[in-house]
Design a protein around this ligand. Structure first.
Ligand SMILES: [Zn+2]
Length: 310
């Protein structure tokens, strides 16, 4: 599949969409967004540039009139998000230009940017960029937005049967202009969503100024072994401390997600304070709620065999 952005004729729109795509998973201050994103200064909800038939972006504000819903994530990092259309006088009005511009996006398969507010305080307001999404449908109450997968030229899994896990990257280098850094950033963002933004082992997770800090996505089959970098099922979310120990094979989950700790006396003596030993033999306390986002068996087995021989 070629990059869908290549089909967009208007250069300015294409540039803006590419900018949103590159910032997926980041939190950006409102002040900065006003400088870089068309319409952000004046428009809430759905923004349709004048002269364009299509919406360019939608944003969800904290404490907005509509109930907030979490995006639903799929193993390839694609996601669905239900977005409430705009209304007049408390009632949805599909004849509003903004709603019509999203309907037009369905018709022409033009993506929109999706942003969600994280911090509402005046002067410190910031938004998390969910990424680019295709408007798949309007179900009578909501627009159904479908977000791009981690590797954006892949056909998204969202709404389709879940494919089997591929343990290894078949093409280790990006096929399009995507860099390794962009791919890792998108992988990390989706693993964070899948693990409810908390360490799988100690359940630590902090937000500072809207940004998630102290937790990192890890690859179960390591990248240097060509482990799949575009599938959430080859990932886990860990705090810095448990990430370091995981990298050193000090611990690993087994095939039942139970914590196994290395048989290293010195480590065991020194590890009393970091809660690894408290969980020895027990199931990881924080795992994705959807079964299809859990670490893949092949990945866990691979890790286990390295753990046993390290
Ligand atoms: Zn931890």
């Amino acid at each position: 599949m070629t990059d869908p952005l290549e089909g967009i004729v208007e250069e300015e729109i294409r540039k803006q969409l590419a900018l949103i795509r590159l910032n997926a998973g980041t939190v950006i201050e409102s002040e900065r967004l006003r400088q870089i994103l068309k319409g952000f200064r004046s428009q809430k909800g759905i923004y349709k540039p004048s002269g364009s038939q299509h919406a360019l972006w939608v944003r969800e504000t904290l404490h907005g009139p509509y109930p907030d819903q979490e995006p639903e994530v799929f193993p390839d990092g694609s996601w669905t998000y239900r977005y409430t259309p705009e209304g007049r006088g408390g009632r949805t009005d599909m004849n509003l230009d903004t709603n019509k511009s999203l309907l037009k996006c369905i018709e022409d398969r033009v993506p929109v940017g999706v942003l969600r507010q994280r911090v509402a305080e005046r002067g410190a307001a910031s938004y998390e960029v969910l990424g680019l999404a295709y408007v798949k449908d309007f179900d009578g109450t909501h627009f159904i937005l479908q977000g791009e997968p981690i590797i954006w030229e892949d056909v998204p899994v969202a709404g389709k049967p879940i494919p089997p896990f591929r343990p290894f990257d078949e093409k280790p280098l990006p096929r399009l202009e995507m860099t390794r850094q962009q791919r890792d950033m998108r992988f990390g963002f989706m693993v964070r969503q899948a693990y409810h933004e908390k360490c799988s082992l100690c359940e630590v997770g902090y937000r500072m100024h809207g940004r998630l800090v102290g937790v990192e996505a890890v690859h179960i089959i390591p990248v240097e072994d060509r482990g799949n970098t575009g599938d959430v099922r080859n990932g886990m979310l860990l705090c810095r401390n448990h990430h370091t120990l995981f990298d050193e094979y000090a611990w690993t989950p087994d095939e039942d997600f139970r914590v196994m700790v290395a048989d290293d006396e010195e480590f065991r003596k020194s590890a009393t304070a970091n809660c690894v030993l408290d969980w020895e033999g027990k199931r990881l306390p924080n795992l994705p709620s959807k079964e299809y986002l859990l670490p893949a068996m092949e990945a866990l087995r691979y890790r286990l065999s390295k753990f046993e021989t390290t």
